[in-house]
Design a protein around this ligand. Structure first.
Ligand SMILES: NC(=O)C1=CN([C@@H]2O[C@H](COP(=O)(O)OP(=O)(O)OC[C@H]3O[C@@H](n4cnc5c(N)ncnc54)[C@H](O)[C@@H]3O)[C@@H](O)[C@H]2O)[C@@H](O)CC1
Ligand SMILES: Nc1ncnc2c1ncn2[C@@H]1O[C@H](COP(=O)(O)OP(=O)(O)O)[C@@H](O)[C@H]1O
Ligand SMILES: [K+]
Length: 517
């Protein structure tokens, strides 16, 4: 599903109006009806059926006014409170306000701080507050009277439904413009906005429901706005059904170079995730002295012990053996628990030069690349990098706070610059492709912020790549499945006690949930 910013949404609205001749009031009518539908669902669980709709003077307010009419028609007690000068109301909203007045709906303006205490009382007493103050048109920090009204909304215990986006959240990036409505539900119109899904704004949305308001789908499909939301349907289309007449050779050979003294666990988690993702065969390169540990735990994998010059880590003496096994494999992943050694850079350089298969780089492989990203240019095959924000900061020299403010753009620029698929991990993981597309993942939970969960993701990407899934698709499906497995683990165990191994254990069920087998 496409994700847009305010500007792109406006373009699509305009296209619907100008190229297809759909008048703005019709779009507004659909928006108001979609909102009404959701309010009716919420009211079904509610004793108190009174609704207060707080409107701004833009089209978001207009959507609220349309909802007021439909709720009034159905016999619900509705109050409409418009913040600011009603003379400045948008044209389509005015048409709808005029109808409301003729229907004698209780409609008043809030023009002074003096009006706020009375409004606060109404907001506390009603059953549902509808937030129609700002939508995609929010363009500056929220101050003065509107700020007071939002504070009043947030002070109540009343159920709050926001139209399109919680007022105060900037649609283009999820920035909070000083203050924002804390919604229980957000009825997103036509397409999710970046601010609905990126933090901090995403935290204000509550439950999200996306509703069609009649913008022609072909216009949306033609839009070249690059951001997409990863959905279950998309992942289902990526994961092939297994043909009956197949054997392990059909599901690929994965090769993992991971682990060092003290960090064999990282290698194990990655390997288990590769196997649980359905790869046909797995080889793992491991320093000789750690081989026995791996053999005991990883029954299904083949270990390839490496002679070690420096005990417990992979180094330049291992290059020949690594390249040889790589040449017999369908994908190679390097980095989880490899340890930070200077020699790893040289190992990577050799892998990059020789590889004709997809390469997955994580953890210490990424650390080895920091300040030496230019060696990425040696890669002739596809590469998938999986940094968390800290690793991304080391890779790019951009401070963590700045990355967090601008995750999509920074991920995209890196992917394009170095011609790699970049998975920027964290709450709302971003997958960016070198051809300029971005995919945002919304599965997963803070229980996954635990040692080793990244190693599991590396294993899933690698396992899917082994099976010949196209790299960008493997990355998309992996982050989604990783999150679903984490959500399943959290549902069973809670977020506190969840550990990375639980994600691996839930992975088969997550895949089954999507594929059906
Ligand atoms: N034809 C359309 O464009 C449609 C728009 N729709 C709705 O309209 C919304 C967008 O409407 P608009 O573009 O009118 O914008 P909004 O309704 O989001 O509000 C913008 C208004 O608020 C003012 N404003 C912005 N930031 C402010 C701040 N911090 N403090 C005080 N005033 C501020 C602006 O100057 C403008 O007057 C969407 O989110 C959606 O809900 C839907 O009705 C569907 C059709
Ligand atoms: N709050 C969260 N919401 C969703 N996913 C999360 C959250 N916190 C962490 N994760 C996921 O868990 C994984 C953590 O990876 P990482 O930080 O590399 O851990 P490690 O290095 O210990 O393996 C990432 O895939 C990340 O997206
Ligand atoms: K709103």
């Amino acid at each position: 599903m496409k994700v847009v910013d305010g500007i792109e949404m406006k373009k699509l609205d305009r296209k619907a109006m100008e190229e297809y001749g759909i008048p703005g009031v019709i779009l507004m009518e659909h928006a108001g009806m979609a909102v009404t539908e959701e309010i009716l669902k919420d009211l079904a669980h509610q004793e108190n059926k009174e609704i207060v709709i707080v409107c701004g003077t833009g089209n978001n307010g207009g959507d609220g006014v349309v909802a007021a009419r439909h709720l009034h028609q159905k016999g619900f007690p509705v109050k409409v409170r418009i913040i600011g000068d009603i003379a400045r109301i948008s044209e389509d909203a005015k048409i709808n306000c005029d109808i409301l007045k003729k229907l004698r709906v209780d409609i008043k303006t809030i023009i002074d701080f003096k009006d706020v205490p009375k409004l606060s009382e109404e907001l506390s007493r009603c059953g549902v507050i509808v937030d129609a103050i700002f939508g995609t048109g929010l363009n500056k920090e929220v101050q003065g009277l509107t700020r007071e009204v939002i504070l009043a909304v947030n002070r109540t215990n009343t159920y709050v439904l926001s139209i399109d986006i919680p007022s105060g959240v900037r649609a283009s990036d999820g920035h909070i413009c000083g203050i924002a409505v804390k919604a229980d539900k957000t009825v997103v119109l036509q397409l999710p906005k970046i601010g609905n899904i990126q933090f901090p704004g995403a935290d204000y949305a509550g439950e999200m429901v996306v509703k069609d308001i009649g913008i022609p789908h072909e216009a949306i499909e033609k839009s070249n706005f690059p951001i997409n939301l990863i959905t279950a349907d998309m992942v289902q289309a990526i994961l092939p059904q297994r043909r009956k007449d197949t054997h392990k050779g059909n599901y690929g050979k994965a090769y993992i170079v991971a682990g060092s003294t003290g960090m064999t666990g990282a290698a194990m988690l990655t390997c288990e995730a590769v196997l649980r993702s359905g790869a046909g065969l797995l080889k793992v390169a491991i320093p000789q002295s750690l081989n026995n540990i791996m053999e005991v735990r990883l029954t299904e994998a083949i270990t390839v012990p490496l002679p070690e010059l420096k005990k417990g880590v992979v180094g330049i003496s291992d290059i020949e053996k690594i390249i040889k096994t790589m040449q017999e494999s369908d994908v190679i992943a390097v980095g989880p628990g490899s340890g930070q050694t200077r020699e790893l850079e040289e190992v990577l350089r050799n892998i990059f030069e020789a590889a004709t298969i997809p390469i997955v780089l994580d953890a210490d492989a990424l650390n080895a690349l920091a300040h030496r990203q230019e060696i990425l240019k040696l890669i002739k095959s596809a590469a998938v990098l999986t940094p968390h924000t800290g690793e991304m900061s080391r890779l790019t020299n951009i401070p963590v706070e700045e990355i967090n403010r601008n995750r999509i753009q920074i991920a995209l620029e890196f992917a394009k610059k170095w011609n790699v698929i970049l998975i920027l991990k964290g709450a709302r993981t971003i997958v960016a492709s070198p051809d300029g597309k971005v995919f945002v993942n919304t599965t997963g939970n803070p229980g996954m912020a635990t040692a080793g969960s990244g190693d599991v993701l590396t294993g899933i990407v690698t396992g899917l790549l082994a099976q010949g899934i196209q790299p960008i698709k493997a990355a998309i499906a992996a982050v989604y499945l990783h999150g679903v497995a984490g959500d399943r683990a959290a549902a069973r165990l809670g977020e506190y006690g969840l550990i990375a191994g639980d994600i691996v254990l839930e992975l088969p069920y997550a895949i089954k949930e999507i594929v059906g087998k």
